[in-house]
Design a protein. Structure first.
Length: 192
């Protein structure tokens, strides 16, 4: 392994060439995308709902990153097609007290982020991974991608973003995972 590669792998992580599938509960499958929408709500001047058709029509770009899973695998040199968070944020105006977000996904799944992490230029809504449309197991039709944090923060099957004044735990955080999840600090669990 080259020094460049070693420098890109956080402590306790192992490289994989594959793209492991990990999740809790069942995988959602969509038969009618006209019923899919995306909500922006909470501490906003006016809530917004974006249809699947309008969401998929937003400008896309390519993102390149490494991803790190809390279960200790890392996958380098991922190429994504996605929608920058800044594009979606054009739909709303935040209230000044908004400091955190809760990402809401199918089956009541959620995860929390500080607003500044959500708004980073490296965070985006992923549609395609390494040239292929996301499969249902990997979050089709849209997953959040926050590459600087452990991959559980990159919610699969995302359906909305709630803007909040105070941080609160999402699904995995309520079940013992770290509230932030920095792979470089090995923030896997709440006792880390």
């Amino acid at each position: 392994m080259s020094k460049d590669t070693i420098d890109r792998v956080p402590p306790g992580q192992t490289l994989t060439e594959g793209f492991p599938v990990l999740h809790y509960g069942s995988v959602p499958y969509y038969n009618d995308m006209s019923k899919w929408d995306f909500k922006l709500f909470g501490l906003v001047e006016e809530e917004a709902t974006i249809s699947h058709k309008d969401f998929m029509a937003l400008p896309r770009q390519e993102f390149n990153n490494d991803i790190h899973c809390v279960t200790t695998w890392s996958k380098l040199d991922n190429v994504w097609e996605g929608i920058a968070v800044s594009e979606v944020m054009k739909r709303i105006k935040l209230k000044p007290e908004a400091k955190y977000v809760m990402l809401h996904a199918e089956h009541g799944w959620s995860t929390n982020l500080p607003l500044e992490d959500f708004l980073r230029e490296t965070s985006f809504f992923g549609i395609r991974h390494n040239g292929q449309l996301l499969t249902p197991e990997h979050g089709y039709p849209v997953r959040m991608v926050v590459p600087h944090l452990y991959f559980w923060k990159s919610a699969k099957w995302i359906r909305g973003v709630e803007f909040m004044e105070k941080d609160k735990p999402g699904f995995w955080e309520r079940n013992g995972y770290h509230m932030y999840g920095d792979p470089w600090l090995s923030q896997r669990y709440d006792f880390d």
